[in-house]
Design a protein around this ligand. Structure first.
Ligand SMILES: Nc1nc2c(ncn2[C@@H]2O[C@H](COP(=O)(O)OP(=O)(O)OP(=O)(O)O)[C@@H](O)[C@H]2O)c(=O)[nH]1
Ligand SMILES: [Mg+2]
Length: 315
């Protein structure tokens, strides 16, 4: 008998029965990786497919955690179980009461329908994105219908993690509309919903207008992101945000297998894009140089040259 294969089954039964310790242990296992984690992943898969993954991202201090705290309240009022995964690339602190405090979600301590966990990027060395996928499956199997992913930063792993979400909410603050620094860093492109939080501060309406005019510039080919105002500290605008998230959910593929496939493709696209970039910048070879020459001489367009690059053989 293969005991390696047996253990996760026990864990799955317990976590599906709502045992939070089993849930915590399963997540730790998924974070650690290895054979047992892979077995758990395979066994758990048939119990997944119900969860909606909401990504909340934005610059440090924009009010993401405060907003999530308010969202948890609104989702709990609708009878939904909510899990929050905070991906923190910088902080060595993880788990326990400090986490709840730092995440400003202490209002939900003691509520069995809420589970909050942070995943530190430290020590993962590129495996973080894969473990986020595994942890989402575990939470999904554990009966959390709403999974909120908080990410900050613009490192590659955070960019990839954003791809995991079914819906991406980008949080910014008044005044940011003028230079849109953080939004320039790729955030704007991925947003399904743009939130101007701290609407109690001056300039929120101006920032909303600025964002809307930037969206208009993207042309008719893009699905237009919704722009909303919130005041997370008093849950102002949070019901409207939830309604916008629900509206956007209607555009998501209802078939769980297809949703998973979409996620996997976004993950692959992101990682393959990063690998290709690294390769093109680091390695030299004759064929690549020939493509560069043709582009520099104007014999090929950038579009053609990029397609040529994709046809190269990579070791
Ligand atoms: N005035 C005002 N302050 C807010 C609002 N939302 C959040 N804050 C404050 O902004 C600060 C940062 O809030 P957080 O929720 O921790 O922001 P965050 O984006 O999660 O921050 P990081 O996780 O550190 O990136 C806190 O002091 C909040 O109380 C708001 O709507 N209005
Ligand atoms: Mg936060």
């Amino acid at each position: 008998m293969n005991t390696r294969d047996d253990k996760p089954v026990v864990l799955i039964d317990a976590l599906m029965a709502g045992d939070r310790r089993a849930l915590g242990r399963a997540i730790t296992l998924a974070e650690t990786g290895g054979d047992r984690a892979a077995t758990l992943g395979r066994q758990i898969r048939k119990h997944t497919g119900n969860a909606r993954v909401i990504g909340i991202t934005g610059p440090p201090g924009a009010g993401k955690s405060t907003l999530i705290n308010a969202l948890i309240g609104a989702l709990r009022a609708c009878g939904q179980n909510v899990a929050v995964l905070a991906v923190d690339p910088s902080s060595p602190i993880s788990g326990g009461a400090i986490l709840g405090d730092r995440l400003r979600m202490t209002a939900h301590t003691g509520d069995d329908g809420v589970f909050i966990r942070s995943l530190a990027a430290r020590g993962h060395l590129g495996g973080l994105t894969a473990s986020v996928h595994a942890v989402i499956d575990i939470l999904d199997a554990g009966g959390y219908q709403q999974i909120i992913l908080e990410t900050v930063g613009t490192g590659q792993s955070e960019v990839e993690i954003r791809e995991v979400a079914d819906i991406r909410v980008v949080v910014c603050t008044p005044g940011m509309g003028d230079d849109i620094q953080a939004i320039k860093a790729g955030l704007f492109e991925i947003a399904d919903i743009l939130v101007v939080n701290k609407a109690d501060q001056d300039g929120a309406d101006q920032t909303v207008r600025h964002l809307e005019s930037m969206l208009a510039l993207r042309g008719p080919d893009h699905v237009r992101a919704a722009v909303l105002k919130t005041t997370a500290t008093n849950a102002g605008g949070v019901d409207e945000l939830l309604a916008a998230i629900d509206r956007h959910s209607n555009t998501i593929n209802p078939d769980p297998d297809q949703r998973r496939r979409d996620r996997t493709r976004r993950l692959l696209a992101s990682r393959a894009g990063a690998l290709l970039r690294e390769h093109l910048l680091r390695h030299d070879n004759d064929k690549l140089n020939a493509i560069c020459d043709a582009l520099e001489r104007g014999e090929r367009t950038l579009e053609d040259s990029a397609n040529d690059v994709l046809k190269l053989k990579y070791p």
